[in-house]
Design a protein around this ligand. Structure first.
Ligand code: HEC
Length: 323
């Protein structure tokens, strides 16, 4: 734990000046802490392009034959792990679930992930090679974005389906989005009624929603917006009835881009003491999902992971963040 967070070899600081590589903490502040990543185990997770495969789509037998078994207890990953590349290729091509395919876009993105904590903060490091640009820019201001969603057993869908628990058919860019609709991610539990088209504006009462916050029944997210040659822009928040973004991000982010290879570290304090971010502690299992928007994309045009588990110090989770 002596090296500076994501610190490149010294010679690279010169190329940083030339705009080729850039490493800085949030708001230009120095990174909170030094982590030596070299001895920390790496897990490779293949993120894949999922088009308009919403929660409701996955739960409809005529759309998705996995529905019945999912409902009777088999999680998404149980059936689909190792198929990520094939599923992504099928969807990105427009063969199914994607009415507006982007020519030249790869169907999947392998990402190397490491996690560690130091008793005060949890760090997650992501490393991937940016795919060749397609020439299509939806969000011209953001070359890439990396997001981690995190929940615990109080959100059942987080445990069983990761990101799909927050992805609904009426969200922006999804198949049942009302025209001009602005619906962002939400959990089904925040609605009084859900149909094949999603939960629309059928919100539960403010008191009910508050109850979910109080009992930790939300998913939080950590994100960094990325542009080569600029500091990473950290963003955080939680998803319940919609995507709530923190005014002041509770996450710090550092990033470097070298020859198209991104290295990004997201971190936050283990103990938040607040309401809408979990206190992270050993002995508990957390459920995480990862998403990367590559090549100036927005909304559904991203790569996502199946559901994965995370624990601190020990256990059988997919990712064990040791001290
Ligand atoms: C019992 C195994 C099973 C489970 C559990 C399951 N699926 Fe599937 N899934 C399938 C099968 C079989 C197909 C291919 C044919 C189809 O669409 O019915 C498929 C297709 C898909 C596809 C489209 C890609 C393709 O190859 O056709 C996506 C996306 C998908 N599943 C996502 C999910 C998600 C998300 C979950 C969890 C909410 C899930 N699946 C749970 C069996 C399963």
């Amino acid at each position: 734990m002596t090296q500076q967070l994501s610190a490149p070899p010294k010679k690279h600081w010169r190329s940083a000046a030339a705009g080729m590589l850039f490493v800085l903490g949030a708001s230009g502040a120095p990174p909170a802490l030094a982590v030596d990543w070299s001895g920390i185990p790496t897990t490779e997770i293949v993120l894949f392009y999922a088009g308009q495969s919403s929660w409701e789509w996955a739960l409809t037998q005529s759309d998705h034959s996995g529905n019945e078994k999912f409902r009777s207890g088999k999680d998404c990953k149980k059936c689909h792990q190792t198929e990520e590349k094939d599923i992504g290729a099928k969807i990105v091509s427009g063969e199914k679930l994607e009415p507006d395919p982007i020519a030249g876009k790869p169907g999947s993105l392998p990402v190397k992930i490491q996690t560690v904590h130091d008793g005060a903060r949890l760090y997650a490091r992501f490393e991937w090679q940016a795919p060749d640009p397609t020439g299509t820019k939806m969000d011209a201001d953001t070359a890439a974005r990396v997001t981690m969603m995190l929940g615990d057993a109080s959100v059942k869908e987080a445990a069983r389906a990761g990101c799909w628990g927050t992805c609904h058919d009426d969200m922006i860019g999804m198949a049942s989005a009302p025209s001009g609709g602005e619906i962002t991610k939400y959990l089904a539990a925040s609605r009084t009624k859900i149909t094949r088209q999603g939960g629309g504006e059928n919100y539960k009462s403010a008191a009910d929603l508050q109850q979910f916050v109080d009992t930790g029944a939300y998913m939080e997210y950590w994100q960094a917006k990325l542009n080569p040659g600029s500091p990473a822009e950290p963003i955080s928040g939680y998803v319940l009835d919609k995507r709530h973004q923190d005014e002041q991000p509770v996450v710090e982010a550092t990033a470097s881009n070298e020859g198209g290879k991104w290295t990004v570290v997201l971190s936050r304090k283990l103990k938040m003491g607040g309401k809408t971010h979990k206190d992270l502690e050993p002995g508990k299992t957390y459920y995480v999902g990862f998403a990367i928007h590559e090549d100036y994309t927005d909304h559904r045009f991203h790569y996502i992971s199946l559901e994965h588990t995370l624990s601190l110090d020990q256990g059988t989770a997919d990712l064990v963040a040791k001290k």
